[in-house]
Design a binder for this molecule. Sequence first.
Ligand code: ZN
Length: 287
Amino acid sequence: MQYIILDLEWNTAFDRVHKEFVNEIIEFGAVKLDEDLREVSTFSSFVRPVIEKKLTSRVRKLTHITNEDVQSAERYLPVTNRFSEWIGDDPETVVMSWGDMDIRALISNNGFAFRDVTIPYIHQYVDLQGCFMKQKGLPKAHQVGLSTAAEMIDIDPDTYALHRALGDSLLASDCFRAIYDDVDLEDYIVDVDEDFYQQMLFKPYIIKELTDTGVDKSMLDCSCIICGQPAAKLSDWRFSGSSFHAIYKCAPCNQKYRVNVQFKRQYNQVVSKKTVLKIKDKKKKKA
Ligand SMILES: [Zn+2]
């Protein structure tokens, strides 16, 4: 049994062939812990970017990584090979990262470099951020950054080389050690299998057809805000922007409503949003 706590730095790059933005990896950092959570070794390497050779100023300012640092480094393939060798072949290796962005970056960089998104050296994975937040009872919607999390458990993040791959992975591994006794890790380990990749590759999208199975028809009703009775639909539903729109009217209250409903399909659920706005009477046409 061993744990690999991984952190990556990346540069925002535009892939002109596939016409999409890629988080192009420019640095690997990782800590290897044995089953008693003792540090066995660390891994640190820059990666020479090929999609976008120059780092954005945002990345240079945040990480203090220079163009010279990455231009003198090896490319993604040899670094990946060294990293994979460093991890070794212990079948009970659990790879962890703070949030799944690093895994998503590996998937997209593998897709770009090898036309194969799978990560051959990761078989079991834990999202440490998700694990931490659940253990602290924090709501999913409000994601806690690594430094904030560290402060919550009395680890001083400023003593680490933050926003650098190795510094962040060392900090994440100390956070992992700090919560380890209070966590049943088995509950958080996921198999990196076909399902996992499908989930990671799934791109949430806005539903544009009311016939879609993800549309909750009850969201398409409208009750009058004033009297609470069902209002009557005056127009057909039409889709524009990112939501469906229709006009409703409550005859007894003589009040019209504009109803907007949005359905967003995520990997394992559809998230719906609805707004009902009163339509003000246009008092007079101008004289
Ligand atoms: Zn009414």
